[in-house]
Write a new protein. Sequence first.
Length: 276
Amino acid sequence: MIQHLIVPVDGSDASWRAADVAVALARRGDATVDVIEVVFDQHDVAEAEARLSERLEQHETSGVSVTTHVRLAAESVAQAISDEVEQHPEVTVVIASHGRGRSAALLGSVTEELLERTFGPMLVVGPHVTRSDLDGPIIATVDGSRASESVLPLAAAWGIELGSEPWIVEVADPNAGMSGDVSESAYPARLARKLAKDSGHPVQFEVLHGEHVHDEIADFARSIDAAMIVASTRGRTGMSRFVIGSTAAAIVRHASCPVLLVRPPHLVATDREGTT
């Protein structure tokens, strides 16, 4: 499943932290890594190639096949990366949520556009991610919607490949008036049982409480030293005009581990039809 990783870099420390995460992921999943820089002028290619080689030497890549190359963009950075992704049948993009000169208030424009252009999962490394290893459990967030539940098989598959224990986590609304722990836990418990049966591996679950879903999930991830969080780009309150929902974007901004963003199958199918 984790076969080839593409890491767009722009010279920023944030983008190279994403490269470190990709190398750690490749080492655990026996994958290859391709670090890409995009330029708009042919005259900048040689300088960018030298810069990539020099920067790569500063990072620990032993045991992993890492290549670098420069891609010339005709339209946009995201388009150039998307074109590269389309050349590989099984690829995961690992990207910093914000690159050079980007505000941490929102996801960076390149990341947003890539989410719109590509159909596979994307591992996003937010501003608070300081570790590159991927030791620890994998958290899959659910909110009662089919879109959120669609990430569960992928979370289990990545957990098996990385040797990580999957957790299904729901944040209960404290104002919803649920009648006790049993009622609150029935939904994630049912999902955990089904996923454990389907995957053949144990699955844990947890119900959190709070009005700010992203804070609760980010805090819980820290408390169990999670390797990553898996979330749908669109959840129960997602609006179709946005590529990524506000909750998923907020989780990326606050989490201390990378977030694997997954587009719901019905959106992928719709967008694929739109490109044919």
